[in-house]
Write a protein that binds this ligand. Structure first.
Ligand code: ARG
Ligand code: ZN
Length: 900
């Protein structure tokens, strides 16, 4: 087998159009796990717009048997991984016959076997593992696909498009022929073969067209497909209602597999999903699972237009489809959530993800622009930057042109580019052109710096009140820290939602200097300069500014709020995002102060009465939603706290945050009890925002009550508190749904109570046949708060559990990633044992699944910020991985950037 040497980086600037076009592809598969035969008949045409050159087709781990041009044998060369053909006519038929081994495909890219069924994953570059091809997204062809396989083992045979023929063959085999009516790039090709059953639903579009929706799963999982099907129906209706985008297929299929590298894949008409984002019933799935399923089903469905109908010219444009489609799925979930307060909860959750995952990425060695300039392995660029920051960039466009203007822009985008492979520039241009005179149209070149410049901008603001002039002046400045390869940055276009509150918390009308009259309520100002001043006139008393309402831009806002101002915002801001943000700022400030204190005796108090009373008011508030309360009462994560510090001592952060958690538990013990009693019963299970919010708050209350019982202090010793672990255990046994059950179990585990040792095996016994629930069982233990270094030995022990396997990506994520990437207190050990464990697992995974290995490798992205002894130990572990001789390009790119 050929192995590439040191891989070189691919540059965005080097793009050139393909030398050939592929018009049609006729694929014929003889499916066999050990040796699948693939006959690929294509019609190709020279691209007259580029100089004549040989045809170079990509291939990977293929056995080549035969190549025919116009039915005749031909000479060819293999250069590296490419099949090279010279002296070709301008238009010709090319026939390529290859074989591959799906059973040994542990990378889960290309054609592979999972639970005795066949699946494919072609994005980004998996199609070349199926046949030789121009494996690039700007080559769009019409596909017809014939699948042949043993009928008993593989009764269901699926591919993209419409089923046009099927029937028996000799020797117990059968066939199915599929024709996709839409041209597509090869990364959207898919096939599935196996013993599957489907939930079916016929729907009528607004135009009166009938469509068949199907969700395919393994027999026995059918009772877990209702929510996915409902989500799909909602998604179809939503895209038609909000953007006028109708389903363009007679049949739309979703198939679930338990072996999948990522979340799901938008193959045209045949989406393939990780079971995690399909299967749910109330006994096995949590509220979070239900809402993730809704958004991922929506996401993949929305790709049918934003991705499939209009696709990417090259992989540097990945955010063209991903940023836009994440934005669309976020909007979908918000619209489905309904009420303003439920929409705000979703927005806060999205921002929390952005700030805890994307901001660190943008400040670390893997920082890259939303539209990257170079990569070694494209799989490493399916990132929170391309997805979530990309979605924020699209959101800012909508903010600048308005909701209706944005919908107009999307319509123009499809008018111009339907059926084509285009760029991020094309998208931004269409939105701007549909909104002439808008801030986006006027500022477009500058706005597009969001695509080209990496790093999280800092927006610094300070306010001055002039009582005599009755003016309030906001001085605003922006800067952006250097990122790899981009030392200086130019100013960004920053939409900034602003409101002013009076000292009593009332919203003030806003009038900028030079304006004729005040405008009631908040407004969005657009910052474009490095420094700017905004003067509000007619302000009778010093106001409390509410800045960056709704998180209108993906920036860090620095404003030197007093505690009193933050308490006013927390109590009164009409913008729920900033109301939540005020609580986070209060907590963060206290955490940072305690972390910095030279001596931090165990049991010392980080939280003062003002903060605790403010939290009590939120918890007891008669009007606020339970879901919102739960968000406000959740302390900033250890990861988020770490990002605010120049030098990070993870153990100190962990200790301080745990102490804050315990203090909040004790101080509000009566309130937690009240919250638990009043929210614990939410009636018949429904995963809607209101009842899931109630369950979330009840779960949080129970966790706090168990913490009180475990801790020392006045409330713990009283007989009152000690009943809670027993109640939690009872709840764990009786719960009518997985959310309540897992919350109760988690309350026992995270408080470190002895009953956890009884509950965990019981939980395992109950769900031993449900892989997704076992993932939760592993994840809960790997993510438990560390006590005297107890988590790592537990994780090592769990690796020996008969249900553990590193080969299944979900299982690997549940145990290994939960520990290395989501449990800083357990992972960053002074004895370096966490890092040693990490390096072992990265290298082990890399032996069979480099894509998953490279994700795990990212766990030490921020090593340079660590205090000693962590920093040196982390570096040593990365160096150890980098020194492995046969490392994949995937992991090599991550570790070499980390060490650069
Ligand atoms: N396009 C898919 C999605 O966003 C993700 C596919 C990622 N695949 C990969 N090999 N990196 O839903
Ligand atoms: Zn996507």
């Amino acid at each position: 087998m050929y192995r590439e040497g040191q891989a070189t980086a691919i540059q965005r600037a080097d793009y050139s159009a393909p030398a050939y076009w592929i018009d049609t592809v006729d694929l014929c598969f003889d499916l066999d796990p050990a040796k699948t035969r693939v006959l690929n008949r294509m019609f190709l045409r020279r691209n007259p717009e580029v100089p004549a050159q040989p045809l170079k087709l990509d291939g990977d781990e293929l056995n080549l048997a035969r190549v025919l041009v116009n039915g005749q044998g031909t000479s060819f060369k293999i250069e590296g991984t490419q099949l090279v053909l010279d002296n070709l006519p301008d238009a010709f038929e090319l026939e390529i016959f290859t074989t591959c081994c799906p059973a040994k495909n542990t990378k889960l890219m290309g054609l592979y076997v999972s639970n005795d069924s066949f699946f494919t994953q072609c994005e980004a570059e998996g199609f070349r593992r199926i046949t030789y091809f121009l494996d690039r997204p700007d080559v769009m062809a019409s596909y017809s696909v014939t699948l042949r396989a043993d009928k008993a083992k593989y009764p269901v045979l699926l591919s993209n498009g419409n089923l046009v023929a099927h029937g028996p063959l000799e020797d117990g085999r059968h066939f199915a022929k599929w024709v996709d009516p839409h041209r597509k790039p090869c990364y959207l090709f898919a096939l599935v073969a196996g013993q599957l059953v489907a939930r079916e639903q016929r729907i009528l579009s607004r135009a009166g067209k009938e469509h068949l929706l199907q969700v395919y799963v393994r027999a026995g999982d059918l009772d877990k497909t209702e929510h996915a099907m409902n989500s799909l129906m909602h998604a179809v209706a939503w895209d038609e209602a909000r953007f006028g985008l109708a389903l363009d297929l007679e049949r739309f299929m979703i198939v679930a597999t338990s072996d999948f590298n990522m979340g799901a894949m938008e193959n045209k008409g045949l989406n393939i999903f990780n079971t995690k984002y399909v299967l749910a019933n109330q006994a096995t799935a949590t509220d979070t699972d239900y809402s993730n399923i809704e958004s991922v089903v929506g996401h993949e469905y929305f790709h049918n237009w934003t991705g499939d109908r209009v696709t990417c010219r090259d992989w540097f444009q990945l955010s063209l489809k991903e940023g836009l489609t994440v934005f669309r799925d976020q909007e979908f979930s918000q619209d489905l959530a309904g009420e303003a307060s439920a929409r705000a909860v979703k927005r806060i959750e999205d921002v929390r993800l952005l700030r805890t995952a994307q901001f660190p990425e943008d400040a670390g060695p893997m920082a890259h622009p939303v539209r990257p300039d170079s990569y070694i392995e494209i799989n490493n660029f399916y990132t929170v930057t391309v997805y979530e920051k990309g979605a924020e960039v699209v959101r800012m466009m909508q903010t600048l042109v308005g909701r209706a203007g944005f919908a107009r822009g999307l319509t123009l985008y499809f008018e111009r580019h339907d059926g084509h492979a285009v760029t991020c520039d094309d998208f931004a241009q269409a939105i701007a052109d549909a909104n002439p005179g808008s801030a986006l149209a006027t500022l477009l070149p500058q706005f597009k710096r969001w695509y080209s410049q990496a790093g999280t901008p800092r927006l610094h603001a300070s306010g001055t009140y002039d009582a005599q002039a009755r003016t309030y002046t906001l001085a605003v400045s922006q800067s952006c820290p250097p990122t790899p390869g981009q030392p200086p940055k130019e100013p960004f276009v920053i939409p900034m939602g602003v409101g002013l509150l009076g000292q009593d918390g009332q919203e003030l009308p806003l009038q900028l200097a030079g304006e004729a009259a005040p405008v009631p309520g908040q407004r969005t100002l657009v910052i474009t300069q490095a420094t700017e001043t905004l003067t509000f006139v007619g302000v009778d008393a010093e106001p409390v500014p509410s800045i960056l309402r709704g998180f209108t831009a993906p920036v860090v806002l620095e404003f030197d709020y007093s505690d009193a101002q933050l308490l006013t915002l927390l109590a009164h801001d009409s913008d729920p995002f900033n109301r939540w943000e005020a609580g986070q700022r209060l907590a963060l400030r206290r955490a940072i102060k305690s972390i910095a204190a030279t001596a931090y005796p165990a049991g010392a108090t980080a939280l003062d009465d003002a903060y605790i009373e403010a939290m009590r008011s939120v918890l007891r508030h008669p009007l606020l939603d339970a879901a919102f309360k739960e968000l406000v009462l959740t302390l900033p994560s250890e990861t988020y706290i770490a990002e605010q510090l120049d030098v990070v001592d993870p153990q100190r952060i962990h200790a301080v945050r745990e102490a804050m958690r315990a203090q909040l538990a004790h101080a509000l013990a009566d309130d937690w009890q009240w919250a638990y009693e009043t929210h614990r019963d939410s009636g018949a299970y429904r995963p809607d925002p209101v009842s899931s919010g109630r369950r979330a708050l009840a779960g949080m209350a129970l966790a706090n009550l168990c913490l009180v019982a475990q801790g020392s202090g006045p409330s713990a010793s009283s007989g009152q508190a000690s009943v809670w672990p027993g109640k939690a255990y009872q709840r764990f046994k009786d719960a009518g749904n997985m959310t309540d059950r897992l919350n109760a179990l988690s309350a026992l585990v995270s408080s470190g109570h002895a009953l956890a040792a009884q509950a965990l095996p019981r939980f395992h016994a109950l769900f031993k046949d449900d892989a997704l629930v076992l993932d939760k069982w592993f994840a809960l233990q790997a993510g438990a708060p560390d006590r005297d270094g107890n988590v790592l030995p537990a994780v090592r022990q769990l690796m020996k559990h008969p249900d553990f396997t590193l080969r299944n990506p979900n299982r690997a994520r549940s145990l290994i990633f939960s520990y290395c990437s989501a449990n800083p207190g357990g992972f960053h050990r002074a004895d370096a044992a966490g890092y040693v464990f990490w390096s072992e697992r990265v290298m082990e995974l890399d032996g069979f699944n480099p894509q998953v290995a490279a994700r795990l490798a990212r766990a030490l992205d921020r090593w340079t910020k660590l205090a000693e002894p962590y920093r040196s130990a982390a570096r040593e572990a990365i160096v150890r991985v980098a020194a492995k001789p046969d490392l994949s390009n995937d992991v090599r790119e991550v570790v070499s950037r980390a060490l650069a």
